[in-house]
Design a protein around this ligand. Structure first.
Ligand code: UD1
Ligand code: UDP
Length: 370
């Protein structure tokens, strides 16, 4: 009998990071029977990723609501997935990272005594407010999981200090690097890429921001700094694919709208987005995934947070944590615009998140475990 593995995800970053695992499972259909379940915690931004990787889910809970609360997501996933697990009776459920979809799916699996494999396990800030609610989610998931796929040695260490068994932990690198490699050689065309090419003498800064703890004042402070930067540097253009969260949309339009050198665009397909990073000068973001993938494309990342669960990047020198205060953002961006030596040091630092073989390692470890 083949082993049935249910892969559950719901948001854009989970999809990008689970897609390589699904593609790898599909290569081993003699052993595995993959079942793809999406919650659609994100709708449009999830579908964009499914299209790029040619993945058709077996089940789609379609739960997204405008301005959904965390309780909405938790209960809709928990209830929605119960019947699917009962019907399919998977031998293993794979979840990813720290979203509420992942926590809720892990809980649903645990209630039915189905083993849980956690991809991108072990990340920690040990601060429940940063990032919120992701830090809580990832700790809860790791308490429910049976098998841990961690990206680095440092994340393995976090789990060992929490008394998780070493035999249940596999260090794999991050699957987002696999995704970068998978997409790298595809040909894409997009008006944003044309615009960047048209103005290729300019320094393009890619900005993304969406974290719940940054809603309101922190986001406004960062956006003010961005306006100041464009005012003081006529050779700088800002490109912001605006997250579909209504709170982000409203503030971005209010503070950054109507500016010739600030380009607010819709969320981009991931293959287009990687090419955009490739053509950019630097990345300004509060995203998790971007901290791991932009360094692979040799771009410095200035992180708009007070804490990161990715200390390896800070140590390696690919990331700098700059918070969300207007002055700090302004100063750090200005430095990287003028200090060539520092720029090159960050751009050329070695990415600690792996070499693009994480999914193969995960599937091999799954086979051994099962
Ligand atoms: C979620 C994750 C976060 C992850 C982020 C990636 C949780 C609690 N948070 O946060 O960890 O970093 O996704 O982007 O799981 N929306 C759309 N269409 C979409 C996607 C979102 O309209 O395709 C709007 C909806 O109004 C939705 C809102 O954005 O209610 C917020 O989405 P939600 O998933 O609740 O939170 P994120 O901030 O995206
Ligand atoms: N991304 C994308 N299109 C965009 C912006 C980001 O495909 O317009 C990708 C990006 O390449 C990265 C992922 O989305 O892999 C990060 O997702 P997000 O920042 O939404 O979530 P986080 O990583 O913070 O959980």
């Amino acid at each position: 009998m083949r082993k049935k593995v249910a892969v559950v995800f719901g948001t854009r970053p989970e999809a990008i990071k689970m897609a390589p695992v699904i593609l790898e499972l599909n290569k081993h259909k003699d052993f595995f029977e993959p079942v793809v379940i999406v919650t659609a915690q994100h709708r449009e931004m999830l579908d964009q990723v499914l299209k790029v990787f040619y993945i058709t889910p077996d089940y789609d809970l379609n739960i997204m609501k405008k301005n959904q609360s965390l309780s909405d997501i938790t209960t809709d996933v928990l209830k929605g997935i119960e019947g699917i697990f009962k019907k399919e009776q998977p031998d293993m459920v794979l979840v990813h990272g720290d979203t509420t979809t992942s926590f809720s799916a892990a809980l649903a699996a645990y209630y039915q005594r189905i083993p849980v494999g956690h991809v991108e396990a072990g990340l920690r800030t040990y601060d429940h407010d940063n990032p919120f609610p992701e830090e809580g989610n990832r700790q809860l998931i790791d308490n429910l999981a049976d098998l841990y796929f961690v990206p680095t040695k440092a994340t393995e260490q976090n789990l060992l200090l929490e008394n998780k068994k070493q035999s249940r932990i596999v260090v794999t690198g991050n699957t987002v690097i696999d995704a970068v490699h998978y997409i790298k050689n595809t040909r894409v065309e997009h008006r944003v890429l044309d615009l960047m090419k048209h103005k290729s003498d300019q320094k393009w800064i890619v900005l993304t921001m969406h974290r719940r703890e940054n809603y309101g004042t922190p986001m406004k402070n960062v956006f003010k700094a961005v306006v100041d930067i464009t005012e003081k540097n006529s050779n700088v253009e800002i490109l912001m694919p605006v997250h579909l969260s209504p709170k982000v949309q409203a503030l971005a339009n209010e503070v950054l709208g109507n500016n010739d050198r600030i380009h607010l665009v819709e969320p981009l397909e991931v293959d287009v987005f990687h090419k955009v990073i490739d053509q950019a000068y630097l990345v300004l973001t509060d995203s998790g995934g971007l901290q791991e993938e932009a360094p692979t494309l040799n771009k410095p990342v200035l992180v708009l947070r007070n804490k990161t669960e990715r200390p390896e990047g800070l140590e390696a020198g690919t990331l700098k944590l700059i918070g969300t205060e207007t002055d700090s953002v302004y100063v750090h961006v200005s430095n990287l615009l003028t200090d060539k030596k520092e720029y090159i040091r960050m751009a050329e630092a070695l990415n600690p998140y792996g070499d693009g073989t994480a999914s193969a390692m995960i599937v091999k470890a799954l086979k051994d475990f099962m």
